[in-house]
Ligand binder design. Sequence first.
Ligand SMILES: Cc1cc2nc3c(=O)[nH]c(=O)nc-3n(C[C@H](O)[C@H](O)[C@H](O)COP(=O)(O)OP(=O)(O)OC[C@H]3O[C@@H](n4cnc5c(N)ncnc54)[C@H](O)[C@@H]3O)c2cc1C
Ligand code: FES
Length: 296
Amino acid sequence: MIRAQCEVLSTRRSGSYYALTLVAPEIAEHARPGQFVEIAVPEGREIMLRRPFSIHQASRRGGWAGTLEVVFDVVGRGTAWLAEAKQHDTLDVIGPLGRSFQVPQGPASCLLVGGGYGAAPLYFLAEELRARGKEVHMIIGARDHERVFKPVEGKRLAHSLVMTTEDGSMGERGRVTDFLGPMIERTRAQVVYACGPNAMLRAVAEHARARSIPCQVAVEERMACGLGVCWTCVVPVLARDGRGWWNVRACTEGPVFNGARIWWDRWLGPGEALPVPPAEESGEPEDALAGEDADG
Ligand SMILES: Cc1cc2nc3c(=O)[nH]c(=O)nc-3n(C[C@H](O)[C@H](O)[C@H](O)COP(=O)(O)OP(=O)(O)OC[C@H]3O[C@@H](n4cnc5c(N)ncnc54)[C@H](O)[C@@H]3O)c2cc1C
Ligand code: FES
């Protein structure tokens, strides 16, 4: 984990999001897909906590070598402040943080499912999967076409791509989960990766579990420290045999988890067709976690 004062190379619009590119050679060097950075926003009692953002790109080669890119939606004061960052400003950044997505060892058909800005880290993952000879398929979706993140880049990276919008303004009308079942069948997916709103992750994880396909999800939970100290970011995960559960920290044991191990009902509230674990909390978490089923 590195703390660096990073120069802003650019801040630009990407549909309804902002893309922030930073000069961060040390962080970029170590970053893996699924990890995140914590960016400090100005000092002050109201915004004293760093804000977490998934790493969209970490360039180690070529003209952009040593740069790191995050993509964000303006939802509050911290992100509004970041959207105003100017070229040559300096930002205080910690990263790379958390566990990354695991890559299967053998040849595999991989299905990447992204909702809204949640698609951003999946492009980093898609590049890594392609570089390691995997087949990459994507479903990316959002409320409307302005919120579908980088559809052209998706077409370039994926062997096949389905785009969805809830209002039908781009691609198929509907949600990513409406197309998940047919896409899993058509691509013969052996691993599913997902990033996006937590309710979407839950639906993706359940689809995958019903078909016994390993599924890794990158979750978002409120984070105060991002470093494993404060325990504000806990996610309940089930023991492998379903006979116990633990609260684990999304910032250090996550944000990427094995979707089949998250106790979604406890975390997000009641849903349908979810596991029913025992009520007692016990022991230590073993490998809650991503990759154990993905061979990686
Ligand atoms: C591991 C991780 C990766 C993330 N990656 C991205 C990313 O790539 N792009 C992006 O736009 N956002 C991402 N987020 C969410 C982002 O951190 C929050 O949107 C941001 O901290 C909000 O700061 P703010 O000061 O603008 O808003 P605040 O004033 O703090 O909050 C404004 C609204 O956003 C909600 N919010 C704040 N933090 C979170 C959070 N962690 N999860 C969900 N809702 C939140 C609040 O409930 C409130 O409704 C990520 C969060 C985590 C934990
Ligand atoms: S955010 Fe503090 S422990 Fe995870």
